[in-house]
Ligand binder design. Structure first.
Ligand code: FES
Length: 319
């Protein structure tokens, strides 16, 4: 977990607007030396000025060793991390950063399909830069946003070199004008699909890819567990099979948090229902599956404890 990892000090070398409400940052070591390596799709955790730790995807080419690039959307209705970073961090400031981690690894494939919504372009941009630099595979990108003004890296992705590979679609904020993705998702083929963006977009893509191999569909999401709370949430009990242990899971807490508080070591990484590392055996009970990992076939016997909840009063899991 983040709290156990040693932070390094990096300096903000550049900060500039990338689009409306999106700020681009370049981070370097104070001595300009090489940074820890990263792979396409990796992210950093930063200690933002208000003291919180926040995750941001790296968007530069992993071959660049002397700087990291991130782009941050200013979420005025968020928990304050992005506002703190954009409003209070400036060029020349030192900032504490965890070494890169990757829950959105680029698999080896001859063909990739990328779907990015808004600021979800960032990890995909690092993948595209890697693919273009190495020549390993071909790709198609569908980049969805509200308007050109709100689209980061638009000039770069409109360059002629991307013709035939990149489709940019603006819906003007009207769901009726959203791009119909079914024609590109209907036939899975050999490609791997990577999708990052608003939860509703990822859920829609998940729903349209039920016939894909789950091993070929990848999502990335930094939505905090608390933000996935639904108004209809109720407390319930989680029983641990064979141990006699039974715990109350209140509204606003995840099963994972409750298990940890009670001394159970459960593996996790993304804690947003996208990476698959907290997959737990479901013994009994009905589940409101909120992850983007489990297939329809896997859901009856498994639960992702970082996001999913019981439908009724109780479920039993096996750790
Ligand atoms: S920790 Fe990633 S799916 Fe639960």
């Amino acid at each position: 977990m983040s709290d156990d990892v040693e932070l390094m000090t990096l300096r903000i070398a550049q900060k500039q607007p990338a689009a409306q409400d999106i700020e681009f940052f370049e981070l370097r070591r104070p001595d300009d030396g090489d940074l820890p390596e990263f792979t396409p799709g990796a992210h950093l955790s930063l200690r933002v000025p208000n003291g919180e730790l926040r995750k941001y995807s790296l968007c530069n080419d992993p071959a660049e060793r002397d700087h990291y690039c991130i782009a941050v959307k200013r979420e005025t209705n968020g928990r304050g991390g992005s506002v703190s970073l954009i409003d209070h961090a400036k060029v020349g400031d030192d900032i504490q950063v965890e070494p890169p981690r990757n829950d959105f690894e680029l698999a080896k494939s001859p063909q990739y399909l990328f779907i990015a919504g808004g600021i979800g372009i960032t990890p995909i941009l690092s993948m595209i830069r890697h693919i273009r630099a190495t020549g390993e595979g071909r790709f198609k990108l569908f980049y969805l946003s509200r308007s050109p003004e709100m689209t980061a890296f638009l000039d770069e992705l409109k360059q002629p070199e991307f013709r035939g590979m990149v489709t940019i679609h603006h819906d003007g904020g009207n769901p009726d004008d959203a791009l119909d993705l079914w024609p590109v998702l209907e036939k899975p083929g050999a490609q791997h699909l990577y999708c990052c963006g608003p939860r509703a977009l990822m859920q829609a893509v998940r729903d349209m890819t039920g016939h894909w191999s789950t091993a070929k569909v990848h999502f990335e999401d930094f939505t905090p567990p608390g933000a996935m709370t639904k108004p209809e949430d109720k407390p319930f009990r989680v029983k641990v099979a064979g141990s006699g242990a039974s715990y109350e899971v209140p509204v606003g807490k995840t099963i994972l948090e409750v298990l940890r508080e009670n001394g159970h070591a459960v593996p996790s990484s993304c804690e947003s229902g996208t990476c698959g590392s907290c997959k737990t055996k479901l013994v009994e009970g009905e589940v409101d599956h909120r992850d983007l990992v489990l297939s329809d076939y896997e859901q009856p016997e498994n639960i992702m404890v970082c996001v999913s909840r019981a439908m009724g009063d109780e479920i039993t899991i096996d750790l």
